[in-house]
Design a protein around this ligand. Structure first.
Ligand code: ADP
Length: 442
């Protein structure tokens, strides 16, 4: 500021000096010189200001204006402020991008609605849940896009924070995809709509309820029989022979309950325990011998008069192999398959049990029978808990409906595959295939 005043005084002094040297009258010359230099100064100052104003109006902050003299300090300040502003803008746009990417990554759907309930933004999950296209549905009323009557009522009543469950819009009628929606208020009248696919949770809940109902039913039947016999023994005078007969029947029922509880415990252990260690090795020959014995003794027990023909065949190369995984689990899977073949094949039927190494190095445990066979529509459901094709046959022969569910779990825990093929009226073939990585030579 003082520098500028000093410069002006110096310039006017120079003007008066030069003016006094020109012409006849030094006083008038000095005055003229001062006036000339003062006007020149004012014009130059105005010129600088105009350049600065133009630069500011054009917002061309990348290029500094030239010939702005002492206003250069203002230019510097503006350039610095602009740079800082740009950096802040970049940072906040980066933060916004990060925030939106985080919401995009969410397994739940997020929709932002304005105060009129029009869609402002939604993540891909919400778009998939509600059949919305962000490209063309932005600023559309959510109520026009999701037309489920339950949802319309939910919006009308504005049950903020509550949950409403609808069928996924646009899904096929036979599909039972269920979406849970929850509305919240935020900001200035805006709404946040969260969506969640609860199909699997609902299915799991249905399965849990079915399971509890099935277990209760399975236990109630033998319990009712037991209670009836106890009542009879307590209240009626029965002969020694009758008493013995009742006690035998009671023993059968309690054994049935015991088998059921054992299978349930096995299943719950399989579902809840960590996958068996791969470092535990068992000789396949030992498992094979046990399995063979069980098949024959069960068959003898069930058909003492007209025995089945049971052939057991093990490949020579398999005899020297060890298997990695849980010994008890594999034995339980093998004996379940063998016991099913024995139980469902009528007397004098034929059963072939084989343990062989396939060309691919995979170990195959195969049980073929000449039993009643299974219709194709039942095959995909056989490994469901308590699924039975022939209920009475299963119960009569001591089945629990859990055997194949156990086999499926054991297979999954050992990277193995269970294959079921069958022809109605001709017989069935159950094969368990264990990958080569789980085998080693002794
Ligand atoms: P269960 O204890 O009733 O045998 P599983 O889970 O072992 O239960 O088998 C499920 C159902 O599959 C059985 O009830 C039976 O109807 C059918 N099944 C299993 N194995 C055979 C087989 N070898 N031949 C015919 N049907 C079979």
């Amino acid at each position: 500021m003082f520098g500028q005043v000093f410069k002006l005084i110096l310039l006017l002094f120079l003007g008066s000096l030069i003016g006094s040297q020109i012409g006849d009258n030094p006083q008038r010359g000095a005055f003229g010189g001062v006036l000339f230099f003062a006007i020149g100064w004012a014009i130059f100052e105005q010129y600088k200001r105009n350049r600065l104003l133009k630069w500011l109006q054009n917002e061309d902050f990348q290029n500094r204006p030239s010939r702005v003299g002492d206003l250069g300090a203002v230019v510097d300040k503006v350039v610095r402020l602009n740079r800082r502003q740009l950096q802040e803008n970049q940072q906040s746009s980066q933060r916004l991008d990060d925030f939106l990417s985080a919401i995009q990554a969410s397994p739940n759907g997020v929709l932002l609605l304005d105060d009129q309930l029009r869609i402002e933004w939604c993540n891909q999950t919400a778009a998939n849940h509600l059949g919305i296209s962000m490209g063309k549905d932005v600023l559309q009323l959510i109520g026009n896009l999701v037309r489920d009557p339950l949802f319309s009522q939910y919006l009308r009543e504005e049950r903020v924070g509550e949950e409403v469950v609808i069928l996924a819009p646009g899904s096929r009628p036979e599909s039972t995809k269920k979406i849970s929606l929850q509305l919240f208020r935020y900001g200035d009248g805006r709404r946040l709509l969260l969506s969640r696919d609860i199909t699997q949770i609902e299915q799991a809940e249905v399965m849990r309820r079915d399971f509890v109902a099935n277990v209760s039913h399975e236990i109630r039947t033998p319990l009712t029989v037991l209670a009836g016999f106890i009542e009879t023994l307590l209240t009626l005078n029965v002969t020694e022979e009758e008493r013995r007969g009742y006690l035998e029947l009671m023993s059968q029922q309690s054994m049935r309950m015991q088998t059921l509880v054992n299978d349930l415990l096995t299943l719950s252990k399989l579902e809840g325990s960590p996958v068996p260690s791969k470092s535990e090795w068992t000789s396949l020959m030992v498992l094979w011998t046990q399995c063979e014995q069980e098949a024959k003794s069960l068959s003898n027990l069930l058909y003492p008069h007209n025995p089945q023909s049971i052939t057991c065949e093990i490949g020579d190369s398999v005899k020297e192999l060890d298997f990695s995984g849980s010994r008890n689990e594999l034995l339980s899977a093998m004996t379940n398959l063998v016991s099913n073949a024995v139980r469902y094949t009528p007397e004098a039927g034929a059963i072939a049990v084989k343990l062989n190494l396939l060309d691919s190095g995979v170990l195959e445990f195969k049980v073929e029978d000449s039993g009643p066979g299974i219709a194709p529509e039942h095959i995909p459901r056989l490994t469901e808990r308590f699924y039975r094709v022939d209920r009475s046959r299963s119960r009569e022969s001591g089945g629990t409906g859990l055997g194949l569910a156990i086999v499926k779990h054991v297979a999954q825990r050992h990277d193995a595959q269970l294959s079921i093929t069958s022809q109605l009226g001709k017989g069935s073939c159950f094969a368990l295939r264990i990958p080569a990585e789980r085998l080693r030579k002794v």
